[in-house]
Design a binder for this molecule. Structure first.
Ligand SMILES: NC(=O)c1ccc[n+]([C@@H]2O[C@H](COP(=O)([O-])OP(=O)(O)OC[C@H]3O[C@@H](n4cnc5c(N)ncnc54)[C@H](OP(=O)(O)O)[C@@H]3O)[C@@H](O)[C@H]2O)c1
Length: 293
């Protein structure tokens, strides 16, 4: 199959790139901003005039700067919504499948229990709103052959993320303050990349008409950012005290939802995935991060 992956330089894009040699029976076309700038609908149209016949598009690109999005709503909407609509239209016109990645931030975080795919979204920041518009565009454009995967708290050996920031701070400081009233599930990007590549080869997904639906994916279990930091320092053998603070003590431009832990049963059952607990994946990550290669 010919598979287009957008966002090749991002955390998920690079995690997919790292694995594709195991799937050399597929042809992967990897694009970054240089090859396919998603902030311009003209560039997207032009790209697809000269590049076509994809069987699957995996959209890993996104405007992910949650705080900056509060001041750059139009740009965030262009990439997280309008570009996604274009990708969905193109996929539809080519009978290609689309795997689009979305976020737990489409929820307001007020649920007492784990979020199901069928729960009502109600984003409380600009980033979440633009990602929700992207989801809606996919659902409205493609009645079948698309899959929206919401994920949360993504980290990897690539780019900037919470785990890498904690490892850096843990080496520099003896104590730090981290918010304790935001609850969710971390996602090691490598686990999500493996799941996506499994799905791509799954008969159920590859049947002629796969109904478009939303799925949730993150590592299993739940934690707060402060407990996550404690675990990072523990597995990395760093002596750094974590002070638990409230979101109110750490004001940021964008509001964050309180509890966005996702229920993963649907994706696990439908695609027979085995998702590791977040502590297990964190250990894996630290091993990879500390290994010389
Ligand atoms: N990170 C998280 O904690 C998190 C949580 C929930 C959901 N998600 C979702 O998971 C997916 C993958 O996230 P990630 O962590 O891999 O994000 P990431 O590391 O920020 O990567 C996003 C990629 O999108 C690219 N991009 C941005 N604007 C673009 C444009 N105009 N044209 C083409 N490419 C553009 C970026 O390119 P440059 O490298 O050139 O900037 C970057 O490589 C996204 O859909 C995100 O919304 C992420």
């Amino acid at each position: 199959m010919k598979i287009l992956v957008t966002g090749k330089n991002g955390q998920l894009g690079r995690s997919i790139q790292k694995l594709i040699s195991n799937y050399d029976y597929h042809e992967f076309i990897l694009t970054g901003r240089e090859e396919l700038d998603l902030s311009s609908s003209e560039i997207i149209s032009k790209y697809f005039e000269t590049h076509s016949h994809f069987d699957i598009i995996i959209n890993c690109a996104a405007y992910t700067a949650v705080d900056r999005a509060e001041d750059e709503a139009d740009l965030a909407d262009e990439i997280n919504h309008l570009a996604v609509k274009k990708l969905a239209e193109f996929a539809n016109s080519q009978n290609a499948k689309l795997i689009h990645i979305s976020t737990d931030y489409v929820f307001d975080g007020k649920n007492e229990s784990l979020y199901l795919e069928s729960d009502n979204p109600n984003p409380i920041n600009v980033y979440g709103k633009t990602k929700l518009h992207g989801e809606t565009a996919v659902l409205e454009t493609m009645s079948d052959n698309a899959m929206i995967i919401r994920t949360s708290w993504v980290y990897s050996e690539f780019g900037n993320n919470f785990v890498k920031t904690m490892l850096k701070l843990g080496n520099e400081r003896s104590e730090i303050s981290v918010v304790s009233d935001q609850i969710g599930s971390p996602t090691f990007a490598s686990d999500l990349a493996k799941a996506i590549l499994n799905i791509v080869s799954n008969d159920n997904f590859n049947k002629k008409s796969f109904p478009t639906e939303i799925y949730h994916f993150s590592n299993l279990g739940e934690t707060s950012w402060s407990e996550f930091a404690v675990e990072i320092f523990k597995v990395a053998n760093l002596e750094c005290k974590v002070n638990f603070i409230s979101s109110g003590q750490y004001p940021r431009p964008a509001h964050r939802p309180h509890n966005t832990t996702l229920n993963k049963e649907k994706i696990t059952n439908q695609f027979k995935l085995q998702i590791p607990y977040w502590q297990e994946s964190l250990l894996d990550f630290i091993r990879i991060y500390n290994s010389p290669n």
